[in-house]
Design a protein around this ligand. Sequence first.
Ligand code: THU
Length: 160
Amino acid sequence: MKEIKIESTLYIYDSIDETPKNAQELMEKAAEARLKAYAPYSKFNVGVALLLDNGEVIIGSNQENASYPSGLCAERTAIYYKGAKYPTAKILRMAIIAGSLKNPTTTPIPPCGACRQAIAEYEVNQEAPIEIYFMGVSGKVVKSDSLANLLPLVFDKSVL
Ligand code: THU
């Protein structure tokens, strides 16, 4: 038996003002996108902005449904929109802002497991890391240099 340790490096900023200017700009787009979330059931609104290597910014927000499982997270809404609109463009950076309208969240909210898997598909295919920033409605911001830090032991096309 052999023990292995898996390490991930994340960077924590005390506030959005501490993050690089290009991250702040993308966070602002994510905040605007969050205003367009359709989350009447959970009242948990999430906004995402993606910066592409063609200079375009793609946004997404969570879209819920009366049939609850038919809804989709903001991250996948954005990433699939990117795939549909600019299939060959690479994603350079992703900004995520999430929080409840009932109880505004000040702790950074990472993407859910299903969204990490969806983002991994794009990161693996583009053969270049996606920088990810995430936060609550205010407060600290977490940065990861790659989706891989958030999803070690990824399941991807290499095993198929
Ligand atoms: N949600 C996201 O948009 N992204 C996540 O990573 C986690 C959850 C949405 C789904 C649902 O509309 C609401 O937040 C509550 O789960």
